[in-house]
Design a protein around this ligand. Sequence first.
Ligand SMILES: Cc1cc2nc3c(=O)[nH]c(=O)nc-3n(C[C@H](O)[C@H](O)[C@H](O)COP(=O)(O)OP(=O)(O)OC[C@H]3O[C@@H](n4cnc5c(N)ncnc54)[C@H](O)[C@@H]3O)c2cc1C
Length: 484
Amino acid sequence: MYDVIIIGAGFAGLTAARTILKTASNARVLVLEAQTRLGGRCLTSRDFAGPVDVGCSWIHGYREGSVVRELTDELGVKCFVPNKGKSCMIFGSKVLDADLATKLSKNMSKALSTAASTASADIATSLASSLLAPSSPLFGALDSSSEQHLAKSLARTLEIGMGVQLEEVSLSCFGYEDSAKGTDAAIVGGYDTLIQKLAEEIKKMGGEIRLGSKAQDLAAEEGSDTSVSLNIVAQNDAQRASSRLVISTIPLSLLQKNRSELFKALSPRKLHAIDNVHVGKLGKLVISYENAWWPTDTGVFTVLPTEDDSVSTGSPENRLHDLFRSVPLVVSSFAIRSAPDDVQPPPSTHPTLLIYIPVPIVAEIEGQSASEVGQAMHGYLAESLPKEGVVPEGPRQSVLTNWAHDPYALGATSTPLTIKSVSAGISPTSFIELGRPESLGADDGKPRVLFAGEHTSVNNRGSVTGAVESGLREGRRAAQLLDL
Ligand SMILES: Cc1cc2nc3c(=O)[nH]c(=O)nc-3n(C[C@H](O)[C@H](O)[C@H](O)COP(=O)(O)OP(=O)(O)OC[C@H]3O[C@@H](n4cnc5c(N)ncnc54)[C@H](O)[C@@H]3O)c2cc1C
């Protein structure tokens, strides 16, 4: 019998395990991870000259107070605030005039602040209707319709981080949270360095981590005060295990899909929150080259769409090209020297581009062959990005994420509240509900399963901050409940 079984070895699960073991070194803690790797939605690709994070990449709010920074400091993991270099906006193969680009960015920030501070009582009013309204600060001092078109296209880049389209987001609760604000820092060696350190420390403290072990059928143990039993399914073999408490960090999308095979009983309030909070989508494509053919002093290129909204139907080869030019693409270059030498000795640059694949097109793109998508993206970027007087050679290698179809992610993260969610009665307090303990239908009503994960954080949902915060919260709760 374990004291605590934790389901999931992502940031929430590993933080919870560490928190319990730091409180009580003799606690019997087991972490079950269904996949054969640690990290969940933290995944660092080592297929390139340097590490590339294809899941989470930034520690948000690094200088403004971050629980992730506290963790890196405690575990001696080095971070740096990168020099992102120059950035430029591109429309129709031309780099926009710097003054116009600055004006567009400032207008977007103002429009976003206005939307976040608007008290809209009407839950059916969308973020789009505020941001894109003719009176929106988005269009301040932009006279021509072509400039206004650029402003609208730039506003669509917000959909990358949100994982949902502007028309779907409810204005009524928009901007209440802290998520993704402040300074962004990166982890030297890739984000999974922190995951590995956490796992090492847990093992050193006596915790057990089992990979390739999926938990299901959680039920209150009969005749016992508070314990829970569950099935551990590993390589065609299932065994029953029990613990005094369970902490579930199973992602929301998986709870939505598999809740009846995971839990014997959950309260109606929890089920309502599970079913009605939205999970968004975001993908990443990474392409590497022998040599950089784009300006290496530029860290970020924002390529604005030339197609307004409709995608032309053409040959299959043109289909990808049409999809790319229908959305704004944010392209990060690793050819820029982003970390100071004392943090990351040279060479720390590599001729690699990372492209965020936004929600309108991600479901169609993820799951296709990485080399075909990489080749098509190369064709589009070779037309669009400025060139350093060289003819762009084709890519050497491409890696494409598949978060939308990954059976242990089924999407990116929980999103800002959508009109559909709010109409079903969801509010920011639903994130509290998602993190509330459950008794699994036992008559005594005592907590048996605790819930952590990014989707249980009211202020930092959708981020590593939210996952870590929830792991700290539920780790402490478990230690107190068990009087460890
Ligand atoms: C493309 C992308 C970019 C992102 N960028 C950023 C960023 O820059 N900054 C940021 O802060 N956040 C970012 N995020 C969000 C961040 O990655 C997540 O919020 C965070 O990693 C979630 O951690 P978690 O522990 O809640 O869930 P997960 O990391 O998903 O961990 C849950 C674990 O549970 C396991 N599991 C599921 N079911 C079972 C079961 N039945 N039995 C056993 N194990 C199970 C899963 O395999 C998984 O390992 C990004 C996410 C994506 C997809």
